[in-house]
Write a protein that binds this ligand. Sequence first.
Ligand SMILES: [Zn+2]
Length: 246
Amino acid sequence: MSKSFYVKSIGSQVVITRKSGLKNMRLSVHPKKGVTVSLPMMLSYKAALFFIDKKQEWIKKKLKEIDKHKHNYVNNIIENGFKTHNRSLRLFFDTEDRCIGNIEEEFVNMHFPILWDIKKFETQEIIREFLKKVLVLEAKEYIPQRVKTLALKHNLRYKDIRIGSAKTRWGTCRQDNRLTFSCYLMLMKDELIDYIILHELTHIIHKNHSKDFYNMLNKLCDGQHKRLNAEVKNFKTPLTSKYQRA
Ligand SMILES: [Zn+2]
């Protein structure tokens, strides 16, 4: 159960959520979620508000940092011509006062008001959000059929496939062999997408990262595991990396 309070001393809304199994209060300040407190069942909202009051200096400092961060220009910007798996981004700054996007066969088109600055955090956030939708669409089209092909080739059986939008994990294989892949995979070249798929398919046999796991994975990717693994580790995209300060 969640309740939202406006706390005058920090000048911000706070969301307090009761959670069972929690021993201590947890306070966090997040760029998108704002100020949140997880509260053990046995404690009252009043206790949470008292806690917030005690921590107000720390919270205010965090909120200030986030605010400063948001108004900074972004170094690592997504620009015209940015490529997804199947499409190329086209940005238009025109006289109409709106932000809209549409998806064509080969292009992602986005329109912004003429005075908007491409380098601003807000503009980049809108581009990022829209591109995420495009990537999910492309991933749903591409990944299941590719997994099917590779699984058949190596005689491996999985339960089903889900497409998510995790930014820290490319894929997972559950105990029951349900596979999940991140839509951000669609920013990689095909060879690396295959490598991630093979990694998850190997988990059907080995549910850990043991020596046997890597031996099998290396076989499935024609002895290229070391090189491909290094390429995945070095892979960077402005869509998932942290914003750089100007
Ligand atoms: Zn793994």
